[in-house]
Design a protein. Structure first.
Length: 216
């Protein structure tokens, strides 16, 4: 495939969302369960808000999902605990393969296209050092809705000035892969966990176990 640029999902692809586990140890003996419930509800709330036409930025959505997960698991947490867990999202570690992959792809524009709010993305990109390897950091906040809405995916070609069919969209989230493919991107699925493909009739152009194996 002829590629003129790269567009990356952020959370779960470049940044490890389950890096919040350490912050969760203060309120539960099973922080992995808290992280899993939080992440699932976070995604559900983005989809529900998009369908209802009731946009709120990702920081609001993320906090609402955290409060739900705490109640669902019957945990005790005060406002200081909530703030500590939310702050963990601002300094998420990137996956070990993220920075080397972005360095390897230098020479063509590299962008993030994420559900994250501008503040959350700027903090995570800066704290991880990825800002040195990105030409664009694009947030759904610009169009006030969430993936997989087509108007979100349209932000990539618009910012880079390159048609979607000449860009490689990279995500570790199978539903995001389907959304990007439906819009018209070339798509790489970074399937680190050996997850199942979604049954939506849309397939990635390439499946890789690591960002290190993305096509040039």
């Amino acid at each position: 495939m002829t590629l003129r640029g790269y567009v990356f999902d952020a959370y779960g692809t470049l940044f490890d969302v389950h890096g919040v586990v350490d912050a969760g140890r203060a309120i539960t003996r099973d922080p992995a369960a808290l992280s899993a419930a939080w992440r699932q509800k976070q995604l559900e709330y983005t989809w529900l808000r998009a369908l209802m036409g009731r946009y709120a930025d990702f920081e609001v959505v993320t906090e609402a999902a955290l409060r739900w997960a705490i109640r669902r698991l019957g945990l005790r947490a005060d406002e200081a605990d909530v703030r500590r867990l939310m702050d963990a999202y601002l300094t998420l570690a990137c996956f070990p393969d993220a920075k080397p992959a972005l360095e390897r792809l230098a020479g063509r524009p590299r962008a993030i296209l994420s559900n994250g709010s501008p503040r959350m993305l700027e903090a995570a990109v800066r704290s991880s050092g990825l800002h040195r390897h990105l030409e664009h950091v694009l947030s759904v906040d610009a169009v006030q809705t969430y993936k997989p809405a087509p108007e979100v995916y349209a932000l990539g070609p618009r910012a880079l000035g390159i048609p979607a069919g000449e860009l490689l969209f990279v995500s570790s989230n199978a539903w995001d892969v389907a959304g990007a493919k439906a819009f018209g991107y070339r798509v790489a699925w970074c399937n680190r966990q050996g997850a199942l493909e979604e049954e939506l009739g849309l397939r990635a152009d390439v499946v890789v176990p690591s960002l290190a194996e993305l096509p040039l």
